[in-house]
Design a protein around this ligand. Structure first.
Ligand code: CU
Length: 290
């Protein structure tokens, strides 16, 4: 009995000790636009590549610019943007700008608003960014497979009037997925997930985004979260919680005042998404308050 407990505990300890485990590449890296005649131009290439979700686990990812999530696009409300998609997949695809109130012909849904982008073809989207907030971009073609395998990313829009924006010392985007790569946060599986690190007294903004197919109640230990926006829209009255349900397609922005020093577990509370007999895995990270 004792032996079995020791063996199990050793697995648990090894996982925690390995955190944050280094993996080959990170997703959600900022993508600087090229400025062309006042237009911010972003180029995204969809392809299939190897992706390390945690040490020793490499999967076939379908993603943009060899990253899962794809590169982070950050613009301002009112910016003119052009997104050029180069499709190097073996099937057609498209990009939908999830949450942005773009003109109909820029909505990225094959046969509703555009033809599919064939293998080897390119397609250009262009619009004036209409609304601010935490949004996403993803494939809208064979989406359960394409988004499930990583064709997704964050599309963050700063408001034209920044005076209404809450001040945050750390701005962290957490994209949740539950497709072919398992239960991941920003394309990584614990212990390869990235901790959120701040100093005591700082304010941390977390932008939850669910690109998966299940609800994930994200739970922070030790401190509460103040919810300030849903799907990019400011809440009429900020409200507090320590567990927030993030449904597929939703974005929730929260602020955490880091008053409680220590390393705090931060995980999905559907426990089979986070912890097993072999220790923690999947949708687990930590908030480290120094
Ligand atoms: Cu979950």
């Amino acid at each position: 009995m004792q032996e079995r407990a020791d063996e199990m505990d050793a697995h648990h300890e090894a996982g925690i000790k390995a955190f944050p485990a280094k993996t080959a590449r990170l997703g959600n890296q900022p993508l600087a636009p090229k400025l062309v005649g006042g237009v911010k131009v972003f180029e995204l290439t969809s392809s299939v590549f190897e992706w390390e979700t945690k040490p020793g686990k490499t999967v076939k990812a379908w993603g943009y610019n060899d990253q899962v999530p794809g590169p982070q696009i950050r613009v301002r409300e009112g910016d003119r943007v052009r997104i050029i998609l180069h499709n190097k997949l073996e099937e057609s695809t498209s990009i939908h700008f999830h949450g942005l109130e773009v003109p109909n012909d820029q909505d990225g849904v094959p046969y509703i608003t555009q033809p599919p982008v064939k293998p080897g073809a390119s397609y250009t989207y262009e619009f004036t960014v209409p609304n601010s907030g935490s949004h996403m971009y993803h494939s809208h073609h064979n989406a359960a497979i394409q988004v499930g395998n990583g064709l997704l990313g964050a599309f963050l829009v700063e408001p034209r009037d920044k005076s209404s924006e809450p001040k945050a010392d750390v701005d962290y985007t957490m994209i949740i997925n539950d497709g072919a790569h398992g239960y991941t946060l920003n394309g990584k599986d614990f212990p390869a997930t990235e901790p959120i690190v701040c100093e005591r007294g700082q304010t941390v903004r977390i932008r939850f985004m669910n690109e998966g197919m299940m609800i994930h109640p994200m739970h922070l230990h030790g401190m509460h979260m103040t919810v300030i926006a849903k799907d990019g829209w400011p809440q009429p009255m900020p409200w507090k919680c320590d567990t927030i349900n993030v449904a597929p397609g939703e974005r929730w922005d929260v602020l955490v005042k880091a008053t409680n020093p220590g390393t705090w577990a931060f995980h999905c509370h559907i426990l089979p998404h986070a912890e097993s007999a072999h220790g923690m895995f999947g949708m687990v990270t930590a908030l480290v308050v120094k």
